[in-house]
Ligand binder design. Structure first.
Ligand SMILES: Cc1ncc(COP(=O)(O)O)c(C=O)c1O
Length: 348
């Protein structure tokens, strides 16, 4: 039954996961190479296609280097290993940061303190007390469940004042936000080298895997990590699809515009039904329900109307009354109408 429901959730923001051009590129690449990467990158897993992808990612984000990984979830362990190598000894991170950040900090045995969610005053206070220490500030770019966007401009200003390094997990933001698709950092007005950025290739890019972009020194440190040395990278066929997807994203900026227009239509429908939405400028439209039971009930109502908006207790999001719906660039007007009708009927 799930297969027949139309997703109004998930992470395929730009609709590229079902794009026939990517499917064809991937099928061709599987026929010419292999299904599996067959080896880690330092064995023989790193093909010319992976090298091309890393080159293209670095060029897209206007930074020196990129490293691709089997999952964005590997990003925290890779980045904080690199931070440790560079002598960083303290991390300040948002308390609602994604789990891979906590995994990475703990794995690298770095001391860390959390600041209150999105609370830059609290971050500033913590930074004030770190004189003499080498500090990383870590935050999500787009919070995947609530759709919230931190004030990265201010966070970057605080980092600059105190000499801290900014690390942004923008798994949900890259390719679907910012004027040229560089993600939430660009959306908030940061320049390409203002932060080391972790991105996902399994969300807006429509493929699979993760990557980090930054200076040569940061990427060298990431490559030295256990996670980059000890796990497979995405298969060459996935790398080929990512290369193609990146080209499509640059050639078809209207996808991003359509995504945000659809998100706006969904927010307006929620507003008409009297349902509050966590934020008003995000492709994630988190419906703020009375409690978890009402959120689960609405999820069921969507399913009965043919839309998949699953409810579950999302890891890394403490508010259990949020039902995460997500706009896609490829939603049809009829799908958006059904979404609005369900909200209207549920609340009348
Ligand atoms: C903020 C954030 N970072 C990283 C990840 C992991 O992404 P991936 O599925 O590409 O490993 C997720 C997953 O949804 C996420 O929400």
């Amino acid at each position: 039954m799930h297969q027949k429901l139309i997703p109004v959730a998930g992470n395929d923001y730009l609709g590229l996961a079902v794009d026939m051009r990517l499917k064809e590129v991937m099928a061709q690449a599987v026929l010419q190479s292999s299904i599996s990467p067959m080896a880690s990158r330092f064995s023989f897993g790193l093909t010319d296609m992976h090298k091309q992808l890393e080159k293209d990612l670095a060029s897209f984000f206007e930074v020196e280097k990129a490293v691709v990984m089997g999952a964005a979830y590997h990003g925290g362990p890779a980045f904080f290993h690199a931070a440790r190598l560079q002598g960083y000894d303290l991390v300040l991170c948002d308390e609602n940061c994604h789990a891979n950040i906590f995994l990475g900090m703990r794995g690298a045995e770095l001391e860390y303190q959390t600041y209150k969610h999105l609370n830059n005053d609290h971050l500033a206070d913590l930074l004030d007390a770190t004189k003499g220490r080498k500090v990383v500030v870590a935050t999500d770019g787009l919070y995947g469940i609530s759709g919230e966007i931190p004030d990265l401009k201010e966070i970057h200003r605080l980092c600059t004042l105190s000499g801290a390094q900014l690390f942004i997990d923008d798994a949900h933001g890259v390719f679907a936000n910012g004027e040229t698709g560089k993600g939430i950092a660009e959306f908030c007005g940061l320049a390409p080298n203002d932060a080391v950025i972790l991105g996902s290739m399994s969300k807006a890019l429509g493929c699979s895997g993760g990557f980090i972009v930054g200076s040569s020194e940061w990427i060298k440190g990431c490559l030295n990590s256990h996670i980059c040395r000890g796990t497979a990278i995405p298969s060459p066929a996935i790398a080929a699809a990512c290369v193609k997807s990146l080209k499509i994203i640059q050639a078809e900026p209207d996808r991003q515009a359509q995504l945000h227009q659809n998100a706006q239509t969904m927010r307006e429908a929620a507003q008409r039904a009297g349902i509050a939405v966590a934020v008003d400028n995000s492709p994630v439209v988190a419906l703020s329900m009375k409690d978890e039971f009402q959120a689960a009930g609405l999820s069921q109502a969507f399913a009965e109307a043919g839309l998949s908006v699953p409810y579950f207790k999302y890891p890394s999001e403490p508010r259990h009354n949020l039902l995460r719906s997500v706009a896609r660039a490829i939603h049809t007007p009829q799908e958006l109408k059904t979404y609005g009708d369900v909200l209207h009927e549920f609340t009348s």
